[in-house]
Design a protein around this ligand. Structure first.
Ligand SMILES: [Zn+2]
Ligand SMILES: [Zn+2]
Ligand SMILES: [Zn+2]
Length: 119
């Protein structure tokens, strides 16, 4: 599916950004980035437009050797992760109403789709 591929690509881009940030951060510690362990990852999403949302990813890391902790920030553009809620058939029409909410940024909108199934 086209949509899935796009999402995977976005995740890949984020992963690359994260990796390069870790490399940059490791310069502050005498130990290489391979000693840095990811303790926690926070995702924060913001709505940009009807196509994408903006992700701010905070990765909490700790050096396994010296115990130094740090926060790495990375950013990425993500496709919305739509969750479709069935709002029911519109009486007297052949249209069906759905509420679409993004799982990430919380943006939602209502769509009316052609529906051939009689209710
Ligand atoms: Zn260290
Ligand atoms: Zn979104
Ligand atoms: Zn319907």
């Amino acid at each position: 599916m086209k949509k899935t591929n796009k999402l995977v690509l976005c995740i890949l881009i984020i992963a690359l950004i994260t990796l390069s940030s870790i490399t940059a951060y490791a310069a502050m510690c005498s130990h290489g980035w391979e000693y840095w362990e990811v303790m926690d990852v926070d995702y924060d999403y913001e709505y940009i437009d009807s196509g994408v949302c903006y992700a701010t990813i905070t990765t909490y890391v700790e050096c396994k050797i010296c115990g130094t902790t740090g926060e790495l920030m990375s950013y990425g553009i993500n496709s919305h992760e739509w969750v479709r809620e069935d709002l029911g058939h519109i009486p007297g029409t052949n249209m069906h109403r759905f509420n679409n909410t993004c799982n990430n940024c919380g943006y939602s909108f209502i769509t009316e789709d052609f529906c051939s199934i009689p209710h």
